[in-house]
Design a protein around this ligand. Structure first.
Ligand code: AKG
Length: 294
């Protein structure tokens, strides 16, 4: 059993605390089956959707950009604990070789099949270089982007192979629909971080979620070309990157083209988190949870 870390906890894959994600690739061309699986599981693990060589080309473009900025991705210095970078709104996600992956025709087809109509993707992308010892705390995406289509869906796209020690994404299976999560969704889940000025991460101790509300954390190793799709109400986090390489990945959002889009993430110069990043005082989810008695 592979030993991994989530926040401050040591875990092993293949235990009650951390299982393997189910592979839904056989359903790739079957819209009703994809929709039923997403409704049941809250996520879809789809292998080899994007051409591997294109993904590796895009990875090299991102790494070259990082080197130009003086950031470290997988050189020996990573072992010293060099911090990762969030490249969200930067032009690097608009580089043609990178867009070739993040807006690959195969992704348009997959989401059109899933959503059963033509789709659009936000021009804003969430490109991440996750450094050694870093990880993403548990959260749902609804708190960051709930102002448009209710069918908005996330695709987590690793730019390269991501072994367990590089901190892949993990899904809290059941978190989008189990009755024990109802109060969490009615309070925390309905936060709008820019309107309410509440930080969006539910907890930096993902195991606390399953211990308190139920569900089960599941993850997997990923290969370049794989995609992990999940709903706005699916709690997710990442394993810690314990390797001496940067994990490079991007979150890309998709929705029906016919439905309104959240104004923060579309247009030539997307607004972004104008409230959360305004310098105004915002409260932590921990403080809000005391108010919600959650
Ligand atoms: O890549 C990560 O660590 C976080 C990704 C994420 O939160 C998302 O795709 O919504």
């Amino acid at each position: 059993m592979a030993a991994v870390k989530m926040g401050s906890r040591d875990l092993a894959l293949g235990t009650d605390e951390l299982g393997e994600l189910t592979d839904s690739t056989p359903l790739l061309h079957d819209g009703p089956a994809l929709r039923a699986r997403l409704a049941d599981d809250g996520y879809l693990l789809l292998r080899g959707v994007i051409d591997r060589d294109r993904v590796l080309r895009a990875r090299n473009v991102v790494r070259a950009h990082a080197r130009e900025q003086g950031w470290v991705t997988d050189e020996a210095r990573m072992a010293e604990g060099v911090a990762g970078q969030f490249l969200g709104g930067l032009p690097i996600s608009r580089d043609p070789a990178v867009l070739d992956v993040l807006e690959a025709p195969a992704l348009f087809e997959t989401f059109a099949t899933l959503l059963d109509e033509p789709v659009l993707t936000f021009p804003y992308k969430w490109m991440r270089l996750v450094g050694r010892k870093e990880f993403t705390g548990a959260h749902i995406d609804h708190v960051y982007m709930s102002r448009g289509s209710s069918r908005l869906t996330t695709a987590w796209v690793p730019l390269g192979d991501v072994p367990l020690e590089q901190g892949p994404l993990a899904i809290c299976v059941g978190s989008h629909r189990l009755p024990a999560f109802e109060k969490l969704h009615a309070t925390y889940g309905d936060v709008d971080v820019d309107r309410d000025l509440i930080d969006g991460i539910f907890t930096l101790d993902p195991l606390e979620v399953t211990e308190t509300f139920g569900g089960r954390w599941c993850t997997s190793t990923f290969e370049a070309g794989d995609v992990l799709v999940f709903t706005m109400r699916t709690m997710h986090a990442s394993l810690n990157n314990t390797s001496d390489r940067c994990r490079i990945s991007c979150d890309v959002r998709w929705q029906p083209a016919s439905e309104p889009a959240d104004e923060r993430w579309v247009g030539e110069n997307p607004l972004g988190h104008y409230g959360l990043h305004s310098g105004k005082r915002f409260i932590s989810v921990a403080e809000a949870r005391r108010r919600w008695d959650l």
